[in-house]
Design a protein around this ligand. Structure first.
Ligand code: PRP
Ligand code: URA
Length: 206
């Protein structure tokens, strides 16, 4: 299942993110702001549990998030989405998955995996700004499931239709939230119109 989040404030910011004139500094800030808005929507299904508290006026039953949340950015570009998720969910644990797309084959190559222990039926929020062929996201989900996690939500900023189809066919149980579903991939497997290379624009490596 995938959902495109079309909130006008998010779409306004996405236009600036895509613009090739946008500086690395602004790109990083926009990535964080867009992630915050996307995550707000992606966390809509999180379950709550009642807790008894006292306000300064009276006792009441308040609500707390029931399960642990684990944020997993895909290195490198997913790191640009991490801070705003940690701001939104300060109690979240964080894992990392290192993948890069091989230049020739465009297939994901794994180079790092570090996930926290599984506690309290956790929900994993997998973050990567780009879902192009879908190979990296699908491989990251394979790795997360291999480590024993089962409840996974993907937050991506720009997706290609081919990539969404790939991830959904390999992982039909995973929810994907994205700010845009673009037209297609080019011969180099970049998203069109997309925003270019997200990692390079976040880290200033072009
Ligand atoms: C980018 C992006 C995704 C992947 C998407 O990473 O951040 O992880 O490509 O492409 P796919 O859907 O076709 O697999 P990249 O391989 O450029 O690594 P980087 O973030 O380290 O630059
Ligand atoms: N990775 C990116 O950073 N951008 C794309 O368009 C495709 C893969």
């Amino acid at each position: 299942m995938h959902q495109s989040v079309d909130h006008p404030v998010l779409q306004h910011k996405l236009g600036y993110l895509r613009d090739k004139q946008t500086s690395n500094k602004d790109f990083r800030e926009l990535t964080s702001e867009i992630t915050m808005l996307l995550a707000y929507e992606a966390l809509k299904h999180v379950e709550l549990t009642p807790v008894e508290i006292e306000t300064p006026i009276a006792p009441m039953t308040a609500q707390r998030v029931k399960h642990d949340i684990v944020i997993v950015p895909v290195l490198r570009a997913g790191v640009g989405m991490l801070n705003s998720l940690c701001t939104l969910i300060p109690t979240a644990k964080v894992g990392f998955i290192g993948l890069y797309r091989d230049h020739d084959t465009k297939q994901p190559v794994e180079y790092y995996v570090k996930l926290p222990p599984i506690t309290n039926n956790p929900i994993v929020i997998l973050v990567d700004p780009m879902l192009a062929t879908g190979g990296s996201t699908a491989a990251a989900i394979d790795l997360i499931k291999r480590e024993g996690f089962s409840r996974i939500t993907v937050v991506s900023i720009v997706s290609a239709p081919e990539g969404l189809a790939e991830v959904e066919s390999r992982h039909p149980d995973v929810r994907i939230y994205t700010a845009a579903i673009d037209d297609c991939l080019n011969d180099s497997k970049y998203i069109v119109p997309g925003l270019g290379d997200a990692g390079d624009r976040i880290f200033g490596t072009t």
